[in-house]
Write a protein that binds this ligand. Sequence first.
Ligand code: FE2
Ligand code: FE2
Length: 281
Amino acid sequence: MSITDSQNVFANLNAPSLPSVLEGLNELLQDPQVSIADIGRAVSADASIAARTIRIANSSYYALTEPAQDIERAAIVLGIRALRSIVTRASILQHYDYLARIEGFDVTALWKHSILTAQMAELVAQRLGATGAGVTPEDLYTCGLLHDIGKIVLLDNFGDEYVGLVRTASSSGRELHECEQARFGFDHARVGRAFAVKWSLPEVIQHMISDHHDRGCDLRNDPPLAVIMLADTMTNHVERGAVPTGGAIAAHRAARALGVSRGTAAELLELTLELHQTVEI
Ligand SMILES: [Fe+2]
Ligand SMILES: [Fe+2]
């Protein structure tokens, strides 16, 4: 594909706009006087997103002592930023529900990978305090959730052609993002960045999505990106059923940048394995 063709294809990719529930929530979060009742009304404006949000808030990951019956209660016990990351998850999954019908591509597995990466990124950030630059653990959750959203956008736009590309990449042992680059002139990380721009996500989240396939970034000066790469790596290992040792994970570039010891890496892997058993979309 020529560079011009590639640019045209990229510019014409179809991706959803920011859902109105999230738009409303973002506006409310700018207001220091916002009340829990306002938040509840904004999310409940879309009944199915609200129902999905409550179901996620009551999942084992959040370990609530009593189930939240409504959005207000979920906002109180989890905090407004965590609620926003849950609403983001509910909205994006709802929007792309129809992709489950595409044959030859396990969309559920991709969502589970995204959710597990989100959970591990949030937990690693909390555990190591590896945030900084105004990045919260909830931002890392959102970023983990959306790091591979470009694959979903490509699947949605190219259907069977993308399914074939994924199959070829896996049978040849080549990295998918390299096959995407060869076929389209761009990869899912770049598509994901365009998605994040369209949703007006913070620049730091755009950057983490764009660079999650290690483009030689200076990870020692970029802890949030290192967290995403570490979470993605551990999730990939666990999903393949080939769990490495703590030492192997601690030797990864992202783990070294974060100063993760063998012992901590082993504990994080254990946590990834545990969450992998319970993650659901
Ligand atoms: Fe990726
Ligand atoms: Fe990934």
